[in-house]
Design a protein around this ligand. Structure first.
Ligand SMILES: NC(=O)C1=CN([C@@H]2O[C@H](COP(=O)(O)OP(=O)(O)OC[C@H]3O[C@@H](n4cnc5c(N)ncnc54)[C@H](OP(=O)(O)O)[C@@H]3O)[C@@H](O)[C@H]2O)C=CC1
Ligand SMILES: O=C(CO)COP(=O)(O)O
Length: 326
């Protein structure tokens, strides 16, 4: 919209009230604190037609991961002209013991999608809507498509990197949600009353570094480039999510000794906490006990501690005395 493109914003059937509020004169999105530009038209889902999609240069999907099957059906029903589709959705798909990224599963499921573009990187929606400096990464197998899309979207305050490592970007986008839970649990697990935020810093820094190493290993196992984990899609997004995301709020609760069910049913009631879905997908990839402590590629002490808390419903505990650091 900032670059004078016409933007059509379509709510899901679950967003009826938000769309109605946004269509009123002066209406704003309840979580963005700012009016959208005049060249953004917001419509309810039942007003979306095939020609809207056919007329678009790009289609951008922003449902949360539980809605990805639904959006696949919608695109297959309404797309009659081949178009590139970009996804901000962060998640993994598991089938039996196979875990995949959307970059691996969606292209064959959406025949009219001419290119899959993965969007990753540290980007809290409200901050970008308020035009704060933001850097993100766009991934596509065809680098010229990533380049064109980035040129369409970039502004002075929204700077973009491009890559062909679409599997790596998609893997890290999902993995950082999961690891943000564990790093954030270490933020509140060791309170320091002398600090304004009440949090010690050393435990968080150790966990953040461990998260980056484990994220790189899992990224590679999922078919991505491990180096992607150390860039915007991995470390950058992990930092922003630990700083203020919903996954981080779950971690903060776990760090104070509360159970996952307690935190999800109170502080985070009705919120999207995708690290939990990613934890379910990762269960088969991360051994319950690291067989060779300290040895890559099988050493996942932080991921195991998160899985114990989120899936096996134990209280969060990272046995720091046994951590082998690199
Ligand atoms: N918020 C942010 O700053 C960022 C978010 N992302 C990613 O973008 C995606 C969306 O995030 P965000 O907008 O914050 O999430 P929200 O939960 O606020 O919104 C997701 C939307 O998808 C809908 N939805 C959920 N399940 C289904 C379903 N089964 N069928 C149809 N619609 C469904 C939700 O409905 P309902 O509200 O009723 O659940 C809601 O309208 C996520 O994957 C997130 O990781 C990426 C970067 C930044
Ligand atoms: O993905 C995000 C920022 O890049 C938002 O993180 P949360 O889903 O934890 O709020």
């Amino acid at each position: 919209a900032e670059n004078n493109h016409a933007v059509l914003l379509v709510g899901t059937p679950l967003d009826g009230d938000i769309v109605t509020a946004m269509r009123l004169p002066g209406g704003v999105h309840p979580k963005l604190d700012d009016a959208l530009s005049d060249n953004v038209e917001t419509i309810p889902f039942d007003a979306l037609r095939s020609d809207h999609l056919g007329d678009a240069d790009y289609i951008i999907v922003g449902v949360s991961s539980p809605g990805i099957v639904w959006v696949t059906d919608v695109l297959n029903r309404l797309m009659t002209v081949a178009r590139p589709v970009a996804f901000v959705t962060k998640g993994l798909v598991s089938a039996g013991s196979t875990v995949s990224t959307y970059a691996q599963t969606l292209p064959s499921r959406i025949p009219m999608m001419s290119a899959f573009i993965g969007i990753g990187g540290p980007c809290i929606a409200r901050e970008l809507a308020n035009r704060l400096p933001t850097a993100s990464i766009y991934a596509c197998e065809d680098i010229s498509i990533a380049e064109q899309f980035a040129a369409t979207m970039a502004t002075d305050y929204y700077r973009l990197s491009i890559t062909t490592d679409v599997t790596g970007v998609e893997a890290c986008a999902a993995l950082k949600n999961f690891f943000a839970i564990g790093v954030s649990a270490m933020q509140t697990g060791y309170p320091d009353q002398k600090r304004a935020d009440g949090q010690s810093k050393n435990p968080t820094a150790a966990a953040f570094t461990q998260a980056s190493l484990e994220m790189a290993r899992l990224c590679e196992r999922l078919g991505g480039d491990s180096a992607t984990a150390f860039g915007l899609a991995g470390l950058g997004d992990l930092h922003v999510t630990v700083g203020g995301g919903r996954n981080s709020r779950l971690g903060h609760g776990l760090g104070t000794g509360r159970s996952v069910l307690d935190v999800l049913s109170s502080d985070l009631f009705g919120e999207t906490v995708e690290g939990v879905d990613t934890a379910r997908a990762l269960e088969t990839m991360v051994p319950e006990k690291s067989s060779s402590e300290g040895e890559a590629p099988h050493y996942f002490p932080l991921a195991s501690a998160i899985l114990d808390a989120v899936i096996r419903q134990k209280l969060f505990s990272l046995d720091f005395s046994r951590l082998v650091v690199r």
